[in-house]
Design a protein around this ligand. Structure first.
Ligand code: SF4
Length: 111
């Protein structure tokens, strides 16, 4: 059976950036079209992800999703040693600061 060790998760396509090389910010995003936290927990806790080593949480701007920190908590609940990577725009310093406790534990790598 295939081992799933690494996943890329687009938590939300929402972004208010205006980068010229990207048109994602033009999309109208409805959070109600995204996975609920219950669905996210069902995926993360599934036995198919038992070998998970690393998760890349991206977007859009992943930090503006209200599900970003809950997703990290769910990941750490089921996979306490998982490495989490996220791109950072720098546009939301308070939101970025809100995850600093995870960064200081070396659980998240941002770039
Ligand atoms: S920050 Fe990222 S998702 Fe947002 S417009 Fe720029 S490249 Fe696209």
């Amino acid at each position: 059976m295939t081992k799933i060790e690494d996943i890329i998760w687009t938590i939300s396509e929402k972004c208010e950036g205006r980068c010229k090389h990207c048109e994602l910010w033009k999309k109208k995003i409805d959070y109600n079209d995204e996975l609920s936290l219950d669905m996210i927990e069902n995926v993360i806790s599934n036995n198919m992800l038992k070998d998970l080593i690393q998760v890349h949480i991206t977007g859009g701007e992943p930090f503006i999703s209200p599900k970003y920190v809950p997703l990290i908590e769910i990941l750490l609940k089921y996979h306490p040693m998982v490495r989490i990577h996220s791109p950072i725009s720098g546009m939301y310093p308070e939101l970025h600061y809100s995850i600093s406790k995870y960064i200081s534990k070396k659980l998240i790598i941002i770039y």
